[in-house]
Ligand binder design. Structure first.
Ligand code: LLP
Length: 429
């Protein structure tokens, strides 16, 4: 965080008060330089460690045409999970060979779209999907690359991890009960399906590297078994995303490069141990690319003091633009962007404007005593799963998104209009 001469919050080299005035609030603001820096932290580490790799941006964290153009410029690959995300990637002219399709419940239409556009690979998740895919590739006589999504039995939590005895996840094929092997054996004979390798994703907002290391170890036990019994050697190992970021002072993530480094070292170690070639290593960070590169600007509207209890500062957004506090009890930090010179001495809670008690953005944040209607509140680290999980509850239009870079700002997603809110409504007479 930095200030400029006027004591306004400076973000991405720009005055946030000016931005709020120009584009209105609520407003999502992204520092594009920071997005690039986060992407480079991963890409450069893989390059230095001299392993073949792909860093696929998990676009569910924040998908828009402009964002995917930046991802493309940074040489990232792309993880999409729906026709909508794939469509956005195509609109951004994203190189199709670097797009990977995910999903635990892909429809025939989604698979068909992926095949038509010849995307890089499909991450196969279940037996029903295998039958859909087999029908399509046989009909089209078209080759497709797939990864097998497996559940390695590591359940990662925010700050630690536990090893689950039995898998209980809607995603992927279990390693422990032989379903992953059954899936492999079903796919291998199909000449149109190239099983490039394995995929696993152990969770999200993970700080400790131990869970990732354990996942690699688990995968290698399986890979060794499959090599011994079926002579199958994966070319690709996709270790998913989930690298944690800092939301509040309590969060202590590792530097992004460290996550990549630990993964590569463990893969090399395991490959050496089992005498297997080092595969191409793919990862899928979403939050780690965009999370701390985005902030949200709100206008302070009403303030309600309940003496001796709490002060509610209501802003002109809420769970419609950031559902994470209501959904996950996620914590954020904020500042009054036009009063950085004043000491934050007053404890308030930041409320949204939805008709819902749970619509709170922050409980107990320190702000200047003088906080008042018209101030601009900036909430940090809202770049991941903010806009992408936004909604129109109470018929609030979704906010605009602005990119800032090199002292310039650019509108990249327009503010939703009231007309667009009703454009799909039909009258009933
Ligand atoms: N790869 C796969 C297969 C995933 O399921 C996910 C996230 C990612 C990569 C990216 O994870 P990341 O690096 O962003 O942690 N809405 C939640 C997060 C759900 C993540 C779901 N999958 C949130 O707001 O925290």
């Amino acid at each position: 965080m930095s200030t400029n001469k006027s004591n306004h919050l400076h973000f991405g080299g720009m005055d946030m008060l000016e931005l709020a005035q120009t584009y209105g609030t609520p407003l999502y603001v992204y520092d594009v330089h920071k997005i690039r820096e986060n992407a480079k932290a991963f890409v450069d580490t893989f390059k230095q460690l001299e392993v073949p790799f792909q860093v696929a941006y998990a676009s569910k964290a924040f998908s828009s045409v402009a964002m995917l153009q930046v991802a493309k410029q940074e040489g990232l690959s792309l993880d999409v999970v729906s026709q909508g995300e794939l469509y956005t990637a195509l609109q951004a002219d994203f190189p199709v060979e670097r797009i990977h399709l995910h999903g635990n419940n892909k429809s025939a239409e989604e698979l068909d779209m992926a095949l038509k556009h010849k995307i890089g690979c499909i991450v196969v998740d279940n037996f029903y999907e295998i039958s859909l895919l087999e029908n399509l590739v046989n009909e089209y006589q078209q080759a497709v690359n797939v990864l097998l999504r497996v559940t390695p039995g590591i359940e990662a939590h925010t700050h630690d991890y536990i090893l689950t005895g039995q898998e209980d996840s809607k995603f992927g094929f279990d390693l422990s009960n032989g379903q992953a092997e059954q899936a492999l054996l079903q796919l291998l004979p199909n000449e149109n399906i190239n099983v490039m390798g394995l995929h696993c994703h152990i969770g999200s907002q993970i700080f400790e590297t131990t869970g990732f290391v354990m996942a690699v170890q688990k995968l290698y036990q399986t890979m060794n078994h499959w090599y011994q019994t079926h002579h199958y050697i994966p070319e690709v190992l996709n270790l998913g995303g989930g690298f944690g970021i800092k939301y509040t002072e309590e969060d202590e993530p590792k530097p992004l490069a460290q996550y990549a480094e630990v993964l590569v070292q463990e893969v090399k170690k395991q490959a050496g141990h089992f005498g297997l070639p080092v595969p191409e290593i793919w990862i899928e960070p979403g939050r780690a690319i965009v999370g701390d590169a985005g902030i949200t600007l709100y206008s302070v509207v009403s303030i309600k003091e309940i003496p001796g209890v709490r002060t509610y500062v209501s802003v002109n957004g809420g769970m419609t633009d950031n559902i994470r506090p209501a959904l996950y009890n996620a914590k954020y930090q904020a500042v009054v962007a036009n009063k950085l010179h004043e000491a934050p001495t007053k404890t308030v809670s930041v409320a949204g404007k939805c008709c819902e008690t749970g619509d709170m953005l922050i409980w107990d944040e320190k702000v200047p005593d003088s906080i008042e209607a018209g101030d601009i509140l900036a909430i940090f680290s809202t770049g991941a799963y903010g806009y992408s999980m936004s909604n129109n509850y109470n018929r609030f239009p979704k906010p605009a998104v602005v990119f800032v870079e090199n002292g310039q700002s650019q509108l990249v997603v327009k503010r939703e209009s009231y007309q667009s809110l009703t454009q799909n409504d039909l009258s009933y007479e």
